[in-house]
Design a protein around this ligand. Structure first.
Ligand code: FMN
Length: 359
């Protein structure tokens, strides 16, 4: 029986356990130039010392115009990579696999942070032109400029270049963000992709950009670097991207060198009806894992150690990603070890914290 505290190996990288930090935007780069700050070191570092097996950065932009907000992190220059290096060094030193989520926000770029309404930033306040598959706006955000094939070629290159920089910065795993209504998801979904060229229409055409990105990232990183892909398994809207298409996509991407699928959902259409509840996205991980023969991560309202262990027990997923609960509790894995009776010597305590388990 696999437990939360069993290691897992993907290619040349072993995570010490199966409790991983989900990517979470911090919207906090005050200088608005994508360079990570001491905040990111402390926020991510606390989850490494808190026992997470893998610590994933927030959505980190592969191009300046691919940021969701001006305060997002990026990795579109070598200067960004240099700023990430001390952070990856700290995560590694404390036993966590440093992972980066590479992202392009597409038509949902250039917005204010959630606490300022998530509305389009006007140009006079530092907003920028947004791009997408078609001139279809999301809600009341600015209408995106449809991308030319040259734009798409440049975006594929930006993902590859960013992946190469990420490895140079010390990241040991790379996740391609193709969920939540951002650029790659916008191409997958017929609700946002109205193109009539080879990037729109059929399933094969809608997945073309993501497949190109996966191929380019795979080629840009060493063989031993795991490549993760996050997708929204469904738009939760009739006529949108569907769970069946997700299963077919992931089975195909497994043949393109993707090593683990991270199954989230929604974010591309305001009409979505999401049946939110504990573990509500777990069935998507289960279906993809079964069909693709590739490890899968479950995410979404998994909050209790016994619940997380149950997801592994029933064979639905290989790892658990924690989001909001990990904001409330940076050392969730240490609590889980304590509650599940894992001996202190086998739990992911930093040596400085071992005393916590003394009688
Ligand atoms: C503050 C916050 C920021 C988030 N930012 C990202 C992100 O950068 N990339 C991403 O793929 N998902 C993002 N998410 C979604 C989480 O990764 C996760 O999938 C979601 O919160 C569901 O898991 P949970 O119920 O454990 O929070 C974010 C969620 C929160 C709460």
């Amino acid at each position: 029986m696999t437990t939360l505290f069993d290691p897992i190996t993907l290619r040349g990288v072993t995570a010490r356990n199966r409790i991983w930090l989900a990517p979470m935007c911090q919207y906090s780069v005050e200088a608005r130039d994508g360079i990570p700050l001491p905040w990111h070191l402390v926020h991510l570092g606390a989850r490494a010392t808190g026992g997470f097996g893998l610590v994933m950065t927030e959505a980190t932009a592969v191009a300046a115009e691919g940021r969701i907000t001006p305060g997002d992190t990026g990795i579109w220059t070598d200067t960004h990579a240099e700023a990430w290096a001390p952070i990856t060094g700290f995560l590694k030193a404390h036993g966590a696999v440093p992972a980066i989520q590479l992202a392009h926000a597409g038509r949902k770029a250039s917005t204010t942070p959630p606490w300022r309404g998530g509305v389009s930033v006007p140009p006079e306040d530092g907003g920028w032109t947004t791009y997408g598959p078609s001139a279809e706006p999301y809600r009341k955000l600015a209408t995106p400029v449809p991308m030319t094939v040259a734009d798409l070629d440049a975006t594929v290159q930006a993902f590859a270049d960013s992946a190469r920089r990420a490895v140079a910065a010390g990241f040991e795993a790379v996740e391609v963000h193709s969920a939540h209504g951002y650029l790659l998801h916008e191409f997958l979904s017929p609700l946002s992709n109205k193109r009539t060229d080879e990037y729109g229409g059929s399933f094969e055409n809608r997945i073309r950009l993501l497949v190109r990105v996966v191929d380019a990232v795979r080629a840009a990183v060493p063989d031993e670097t795991p490549l993760l892909v996050r997708v929204s398994a469904t738009d939760w809207v009739d006529g949108g991207w569907s769970p069946e298409e997700t299963v077919e996509l992931c089975a195909l991407l497994a043949g393109h060198g993707a090593d683990l699928f991270d199954l989230s959902s929604g974010g591309n259409d305001p009409r979505q009806q999401i049946p939110v509840g504990p573990g509500y996205q777990v069935p998507f991980a289960r279906a993809v894992r079964a069909k693709s023969g590739t490890p899968a991560a479950a995410v979404g309202l998994i909050t209790e150690p016994a619940q997380a262990q149950q997801v592994l027990d029933e064979g639905s997923a290989d790892v658990i990603l924690l989001g909001r609960v990990a904001l409330r509790e940076a050392a969730w894995p240490l609590r889980a070890a304590h509650e599940l009776g894992v001996p202190a010597a086998d739990a992911p305590y930093p040596v400085q914290y071992r005393r916590a388990e003394w009688q």
